[in-house]
Design a protein around this ligand. Structure first.
Ligand SMILES: Nc1nc2c(ncn2[C@@H]2O[C@H](COP(=O)(O)OP(=O)(O)OP(=O)(O)O)[C@@H](O)[C@H]2O)c(=O)[nH]1
Ligand SMILES: [Mg+2]
Length: 485
């Protein structure tokens, strides 16, 4: 028996994915390992899952199995509740009386007094409760670890204790030890919103950056309990109007409660260039050729289920057959010196299909990751039936999702130039793409939205043979320098 799962139809039929369809990394791993491809009667490519012994075993145990939707677990989103610690209670000293103690400096015959008056230690304040901080950790690339638990509570502050710090000089206010904040690690590019109301609390973009999401409760004050005959009476406390007598001494000793907040964490990939294109265009193959990343590459659509990042390497060796692509054209960028851009990051995105902006395929789930990119690399399969139409589909999807994406500078990589058909039509395809880009610009002329940009460069490449990779790398670096001007 085959366990058929409609994992995605490539072409017009809608896919089983929606914005709310989410898989854990482990389930994605299981899915990938058990996918086979076949064509259904209508000729559309379907992928099916093979029954997996492990999945059957898990099912028997009542655990989730491959292909079944698991609980809400999206790698780039998490909803957590954080609670900061309450402040520790301040010490309530019964009586503030001192006592006489022997003077250790006294020597026989000295004029020093034999005994000295030691004032009572001042009551100790309680420590503040621990705050909850989010810390941007460059080693993380997802929020999956925050799905393990729904709520995170920080420690309460310790109560004011006369024993704590008792080695300090008498008469000084004693400090309770500080409570260490609870630090939750998040990946770079995490946007933090309050779940209720959606108020933006902040965004963590730099390594080590912290965001205070729940401050710890203030520690209670140390107070001296007044004699019953003198109540209500307490100590003087600093208030806005100056030093006032505090009659509410018992309340002052209470620590403030901690705060609770339910947060919506949203991760946006922090990358300089987003690699976009139809499924199977060779985006992941190009990422692998340009960087040290080793994304999954396979001859079926939607191989990439979540963005892969890679650092654009500086060219060290001349490309194989680089001269074959002498028509490399980087338009107005041509001739500009190659900039010294510090390690740009490329993000290989899941394939986009027509209707992606409205939620078809995987597109919409990931399109927001392009927001932080400065430029785009459109990968077009030059061996396809109509590469210019493919390019236009992706451009239009981007424009419909966010017109600003389409206005960003971009480069077109005409991939699979090793295929005979593609090589024969190389000039024709390049000019078709330029014509399509110009036509799109004309269509958008009357719109008040940002206008679609023309390609900054058209580069013929073959990710498989490694041709054209050096010019593409140069074009990307020029694009980034230009985009940051
Ligand atoms: N002949 C040839 N095949 C290529 C080239 N680049 C990629 N391919 C093949 O095209 C298929 C798809 O490549 P991927 O890199 O997985 O494509 P993708 O755009 O990342 O696909 P999705 O992740 O599904 O969107 C694989 O079988 C690759 O081997 C190329 O330059 N020439
Ligand atoms: Mg891919």
């Amino acid at each position: 028996m085959r366990t058929a799962i409609h994992f995605g139809l490539y072409d017009q039929a809608s896919t089983s994915y929606s914005c709310h369809t989410c898989y854990t990394r482990s389930s994605i791993g299981r899915l990938k390992s058990s996918i086979s491809i076949h064509r259904d009667v209508s000729g559309l490519v379907r992928r099916q899952l093979q029954p997996v012994a492990a999945a059957v075993a898990k099912e028997a145990k009542g655990q989730s199995v491959a292909g079944k939707k698991e609980a809400h677990k999206i790698f780039d989103e998490a909803i957590i509740t954080v609670r900061s610690g309450a402040g520790g209670r301040g010490e309530i000293a019964e009586k503030g009386e001192g006592k006489k103690v022997p003077n250790f400096k006294y020597r026989a015959g000295s004029s020093l007094p034999k005994q000295i008056w030691l004032p009572a230690a001042q009551p100790a304040d309680g420590a503040s409760g621990a705050s909850v901080l989010l810390v941007a950790d460059p080693a993380l690339d997802n929020l999956l670890h925050l799905h393990e638990k729904k709520s995170y509570s920080a420690k309460s502050g310790v109560a004011g204790n006369p024993e704590l710090g008792s080695r300090g000089p008498r008469g000084r206010r004693m400090e309770a030890p500080r409570t260490q904040p609870l630090k939750l690690r998040v990946p770079l590019g995490t946007v933090v919103k309050r779940k209720r109301g959606g108020a933006l609390l902040g965004e963590l973009t730099a390594a080590g950056q912290t965001l205070l999401v729940a401050p710890g409760g203030r520690g209670g004050l140390g107070v001296t309990k007044p004699a019953p005959s003198q109540q209500p009476r307490g100590r003087f406390v600093e208030q806005e109007e100056g030093l006032v007598e505090d009659t509410n001494w018992a309340l002052d000793a209470e620590g403030a409660p901690g705060e609770e907040a339910t947060l919506h964490l949203l991760m946006r990939v922090v990358a300089d260039v987003g690699i976009v294109g139809l499924p199977n265009a060779g985006k992941s193959s190009l990422l692998a050729a340009l960087t040290r990343a080793s994304p999954d590459i396979a001859p079926y659509p939607f191989t990439t289920l979540m963005p892969n990042l890679g650092v654009l390497m500086a060219s060290t060796q001349p490309d194989v057959q680089q001269d074959d692509f002498s028509d490399f054209d980087i338009n107005h960028l041509n001739g500009s010196s190659v900039p010294d851009v510090a390690a740009p990051i490329l993000a290989d995105m899941p394939g986009l299909i027509q209707g992606a902006h409205a939620g078809r395929g995987l597109g919409r789930m990931f399109l927001r990751h392009l927001r932080r990119t400065r430029g785009l690399l459109h990968v077009v399969d030059a061996s396809a039936d109509d590469p210019a139409a493919d390019y236009l589909v992706v451009r239009q999807e981007l424009a419909l999702y966010n017109a600003e994406y389409c206005a960003r500078p971009h480069i077109v990589a005409l991939n699979k130039m090793d295929v005979d058909d593609a090589a024969q039509l190389r000039e024709e395809v390049a000019s078709d793409i330029m014509a399509a880009a110009k036509a799109m610009q004309r269509d958008w002329r009357d719109s008040a939205l940002p206008q679609p940009a023309l390609p900054e460069a058209l580069v013929h490449v073959s990710a498989v043979e490694g041709t054209g990779i050096a010019p593409l790398r140069e074009a990307l670096q020029s694009l980034l320098q230009w985009a940051s001007l």
